[in-house]
Design a protein around this ligand. Sequence first.
Ligand code: ZN
Length: 294
Amino acid sequence: MNFAIMYHYVREPETWKGSVPISPQAFEEQIDRIGRTHEFVGPDELNKKTTKPKCILTFDDATKDQYEIAFDIMKRKGVTGYFTVMSGPLVDKNVPVFHLVHAALSKVNEDTIWENLRNILTPKQLLNLKSSEDIYSYEQSILRRYIKYTLNFILDTQESKSFLEDIVFTEFGSKQKFIDFMYINVEEFKRMKQAGMTLGVHGAQHSPFNGEADEYYNNEILPCANFMKEKLDIKPVWYTPPFGGGENKMVMLDKLKENLLSAGYKGAFTTLSGAIEDTNSFWLNRFDCNKLFV
Ligand SMILES: [Zn+2]
């Protein structure tokens, strides 16, 4: 059976508490195990003749750990993979809110964050916090539930962003220092390209698909593709939508495909869980690395 695996952070879970990373050791073991039964290929080789079934390692969000840890392990083992580029933080110095949340929760203790956050809430907003118990029941810590709920559901994007930028950029010294710490840079992407890794588009600002295919293509996909052309001399032909398309996933699978096909894209990776039944399908399913069946 051919399949793709979806990775985000590859780093020690104790050092990064924003979302669930896979540890470097678990990553390495996963590669060794799958390598016994499958051949690792890039997306362009899905239809290549191989004796074993194929596996594609895919990486979202272009965070630094993917270069420093995952790429390093893969290089050592002679394993190829598919990494995506997010141009916004490098070009516009704009950090998506979800990454600011991960960084704040990893680097600043919960009590401090919550202490600052509750001060800006009204008594009515504080009462709404009860709903956080349902949505974030998977979070063990009550404070983490409150923090995530407040940032994602009570405050608007701009309010959350300025609150988070303030604590994160202060923690790291400056916005540029945080970006340098957090993201793969142009020189590093060049080394990955040189080593034979496939690079594709994840987006400019990591905005979820808004239902308007043309507008979304022009604002999110094209700027990232142009950045890759200009800085890395790559014309991308593979795409991975942020949040797997989010709430508008089904519309995206239907509408955005036309824009991508006419721009020369060969395929795209979803967050829908499953094997790759048809290697000629445009949208390709992936298994989450933390919920792998093998
Ligand atoms: Zn993403």
